[in-house]
Every structure is written in structure tokens, then in C-alpha cells.
Design a protein around this ligand. Structure first.
Ligand code: GSH
Length: 197
């Protein structure tokens, strides 16, 4: 049972699981963070983004979670407490919900390391019925799209490379073929462009 503030009935602490830009740019105050994973989902660059990393003419590609019982997704969980709960949710509901098309779900988060108890965590997922959803494409096609898109938060390439950097530095044991094949494809495009200049 989650501890609740007896005066307001609101949770006095909450874990929020990030698996995309949240792992390197949470941009909200939190008490502590923990690398770990959730089960039953795979991370895919199948969600469109016409605000943060793209626009209406050239939507960028960002990650969402696709249900798959055989898969797990690694990221970072952030514990928010007290006033941080309302502040973080208010912020994320705009960043993820209004501008990103994500909806929330509670999942079981497994911290890395021996004998660490699992906790329930809030996660933002963009489902296939979302108007921004782009769906599957080859790593090459996704790499090209990311290499040419940018939005109000910066270049789509930054979004990709920072996530790849997080996985290499914090989850070196995880072989994320989808992520790294897209990274290789995007960097190939960039190298061609630089070589042609
Ligand atoms: N919900 C995922 C993905 C979050 C995500 O990448 N959301 C986009 C919204 S489309 C975002 O916040 N982008 C901010 C940025 O790209 O700097 C997570 O937990 O990290």
C-alpha cells in the first residue's frame, strides 16, 4: 500500500519510470533515482513527435513501449516525495501528455542489483491509437528520419545519441539491437552528409 498523506489522500511518494528522454533529462525535482527495468515491454522508436524533436512537416521519432511478454526495457526510476509528486506530475502531464501524446500506466519496476525489492512505478506510454503514432519501420528509415529532424527541444539525433549513451554507460549488459542499429544508421547518414560538404 503506497503511503498517503492523511490530510489529502494524495500519495506522499511515487516512483516514475523513464525509458527515453527522461533517463537523461528528467527536468523535475526528485528524491533519488535507480537504474532498473520493467518486464513485458520493448522500447521502440515508433512514436512520432511534432513538438520536441520534430514538427508537423517533418515529425521526429521518439520511443514508446510495445507490449511483449518476452521482453524487458531498461531505464531509470525516479522517486518523488511530498510536493515533488504534484510538481512532477503537473510538469510531465504537459511534456508527455499534452505535447507528447503519452498516457500513464502503473508497472512493476525492478531495480538493478541483488535483493532489491520491486516497486510500482508510473510510466508514460504512447499507444498505437495515438494520432502521432508512426509504427514500425526499418532501422535505416528510422535513422534517416532522426538524422534530419529537429524540434523545439533540439535535434532528434541528440535524443537518439543520449539514449544510446545512457544504455552503454548505465546498462552495459543490455544488448538493445533496435536502439544501436538505429544509432548506426543515423550516424551513417551524418557521415555521408559531412563527407559531401
Ligand atoms: N515516456 C518516455 C519517453 C519520453 C519522451 O521522450 N518524451 C518526449 C515527448 S515526445 C520528450 O519529453 N521529449 C523531450 C526532449 O526530447 O527533450 C520516457 O519515459 O522517457
Amino acid at each position: 500500500m503506497k503511503p498517503q498523506d492523511i490530510t489529502t489522500g494524495k500519495p506522499s511518494s511515487l516512483w516514475i519510470f523513464g525509458y527515453g528522454s527522461l533517463v537523461w533529462k528528467p527536468d523535475f525535482k526528485y528524491r533519488r533515482s535507480q537504474v532498473g527495468y520493467i518486464q513485458g515491454y520493448k522500447r521502440r522508436f515508433w512514436h512520432g513527435d511534432n513538438f520536441h524533436r520534430g514538427n508537423d512537416e517533418l515529425p521526429g521519432r521518439v520511443v514508446t513501449l510495445i507490449e511483449d511478454d518476452d521482453e524487458s526495457t531498461w531505464g531509470v526510476a525516479f522517486e518523488v516525495t511530498g510536493s515533488q509528486v504534484e510538481e512532477s506530475l503537473k510538469y510531465l502531464n504537459v511534456r508527455e501528455g499534452v505535447r507528447g501524446g503519452y498516457v500513464t500506466k502503473m508497472v512493476e519496476f525492478f531495480p538493478e542489483g541483488e535483493n532489491q525489492p520491486s516497486v510500482q512505478a508510473l510510466v508514460y506510454i504512447a499507444t498505437a491509437d495515438n494520432t502521432l503514432y508512426l509504427g514500425p519501420a526499418s532501422s535505416e528509415m528510422i535513422g534517416v528520419q532522426i538524422a534530419v529532424c529537429r524540434g523545439k527541444s533540439g535535434h532528434n539525433l541528440e535524443y537518439l545519441l543520449r539514449l544510446a549513451e545512457f544504455m552503454r554507460s548505465s546498462c552495459p549488459q543490455v544488448e538493445d539491437h533496435h536502439l544501436f542499429s538505429i544509432e548506426a544508421a543515423a550516424l551513417t547518414v551524418v557521415s555521408y552528409v559531412l563527407a559531401s560538404q
